[in-house]
Design a protein around this ligand. Structure first.
Ligand code: SAH
Ligand code: SF4
Ligand code: F3S
Length: 443
């Protein structure tokens, strides 16, 4: 029996693509190896969102090269966004790679493995969503489904439109059937994935499918038996309309958490980023969300040091973060990406300035997140148990509907929903004890 090993970099979409790669390999008779050292097929599912992602992966590839030297029969494959961004140059840069494929070409890996081909092969077409591949889920009770591939936005810093192609939505009926199947296999929490999820559906009618909006999709998934929690990522502030916001208040399974990427608090920088909304419009979305779902958790993504970002622009980002008081944020130092517009802009911000701004931003984000998290202290929250705590194996770890990590003592099993009395809170984590009185309706 042949064995494979997959190393995944990047976002949830890549994690999900890796699950589909694994599912496909298992259907070909491969089994997962505990370690790349003993695998017959070593795969990397790559990311290229920032320079650091590229370097991390290249370090891993160095190990793979050594393994190939020791065991020349090993097959080395490189998939994902980095592979797509360099295409056939993969083979020039790394001659020991046997097969390379973009994010939309996962299914071609099977073609390669079942062919007699002895020469290196690259697959980099954009074909829309290809292959309803059987996924091998990391946790049986949590599932992902990709609602659309690609991205039609043109954020000037971002490599994704060139690595994942145009946005192509999967028909609503197909998605509902996919979630129904997962629910019948024991999934209770589903995450809908896309680069701009709330633009979902715009292309369906033109392609001959019944039209649907993202809000329609949310209601359809909410109605599926067995689905207790729905999450999605990422929405775009431009397309965050009232129907989706209302859905958070109305649909029982839709969680009280929205990840709403900001990128910058300065309208001038947002314009240079081609984000298509202003600071005011963003704040207005936050206000509307809080009007309908007062307790909603809001998280975000922010880039510091975008070309031309002045002290004044950065001060606007800080003041917006003070004002919104996010429940959490992913903060990134701007990283120039090949063939993006922003990489060619003058006024690239010096590294020391980026680092100094990052420190100040993280201070604000953490302080506000910690303050906001105190609202859960004394409350009983519903937790989906994921496993033992990472820091203390005698305790358990799970997530609340607000997507807070909850560390608690109790006897529950992974996949269980329990109620936890929250005793304390840091910026990232809630701590507590499993509630003895299971209080229905705890949020
Ligand atoms: N489609 C999603 C995000 C995709 S990438 C969205 O638009 O929200 C995830 C995050 O990486 C982005 O939100 C952005 O904050 C960050 N990012 C993307 N390109 C970057 C770059 N060149 N440098 C630094 N951060 C970047
Ligand atoms: Fe990149 Fe913008 Fe598309 Fe997000 S919306 S993937 S940041 S181009
Ligand atoms: Fe995701 Fe990285 Fe591609 S963040 S979309 S894997 S470039």
């Amino acid at each position: 029996m042949k064995r494979y090993h997959v190393t995944t970099f990047g976002c949830q979409m890549n994690e999900h693509d890796s699950e589909r790669m694994k599912g496909m390999l298992e259907s070909l008779g491969y089994r997962e190896a505990p370690d790349a050292d003993v695998a017959d097929l070593i795969l990397f599912n790559t990311c290229s969102i920032r320079e650091a992602a590229d370097s991390r992966f290249k370090a891993h590839l160095g190990h793979a090269k050594r393994r190939k030297r020791e065991r020349p029969e090993v097959v080395i494959g490189v998939g994902g966004c980095w592979a797509q961004s360099v295409k056939d140059e993969v083979f020039e840069q790394f001659p020991f790679v046997d097969v390379a494929f973009g994010p939309g070409q996962v299914h071609k890996l099977a073609e390669f493995l079942t062919s007699e081909s002895l020469t290196a092969q690259g697959y980099f077409e954009f074909e829309g969503f290809t292959g309803d591949l059987p996924e091998k889920r990391a946790r049986e009770f949590q599932g992902w489904t990709q609602i659309s591939v690609g991205c039609n936005m043109a954020c000037s810093y971002c490599i994704v439109p060139s690595t994942r192609g145009r946005d192509v939505g999967r028909p609503l009926g197909v998605l509902v059937a996919d979630v129904e199947r997962m629910a019948s296999e024991g999934v209770t929490e589903v995450t809908l994935l896309g680069q701009n999820v709330n633009a979902y559906g715009r292309d369906l009618h033109r392609r001959g499918f019944p039209s649907a909006t993202f809000a329609d999709l949310l209601s359809a998934v909410d109605a599926i038996d067995g689905i207790r929690r729905i999450r999605y990522t990422s929405p775009h502030p431009q397309d965050m309309k009232e129907d989706v916001i209302r859905a958070h208040a109305e649909l029982e399974a839709l969680c009280e958490h929205v990840h709403l990427p900001l990128q910058s608090g300065s309208s001038r920088v947002l314009k240079a980023m081609r984000r298509t909304y202003s600071r005011e419009r963003y704040l207005d979305r936050v206000a509307l969300l809080r009007e309908h779902v007062p307790d909603v958790a809001i998280t975000t993504d922010i880039i510091v040091g975008f070309p031309g970002e002045t002290d004044e622009d950065f001060a606007q980002t800080l003041s917006l973060c003070e004002e919104v008081a996010y429940d959490g944020a992913f903060t990134f130092v701007y990283s120039p990406r090949r063939e993006t517009e922003a990489a060619t802009l003058p006024d690239q911000v010096p590294h020391e300035v980026k680092v100094e701004r990052m420190d100040r931003l993280v201070e604000v984000i953490q302080r506000r997140a910690k303050e906001r998290a105190q609202r859960f202290v004394g409350r009983t929250v519903e937790v989906l148990v994921e496993g033992p705590s990472r820091t203390d194996p005698t305790r358990l770890r799970g997530r609340s509907r607000h997507n807070k990590v909850v560390n608690f003592s109790g006897l529950a099993q992974p996949g269980d929903y329990v109620h936890v009395d929250v005793e304390s809170a840091t910026s990232q984590t809630l701590m507590g004890e499993e509630s003895l009185l299971a209080r229905a309706g705890a949020r």
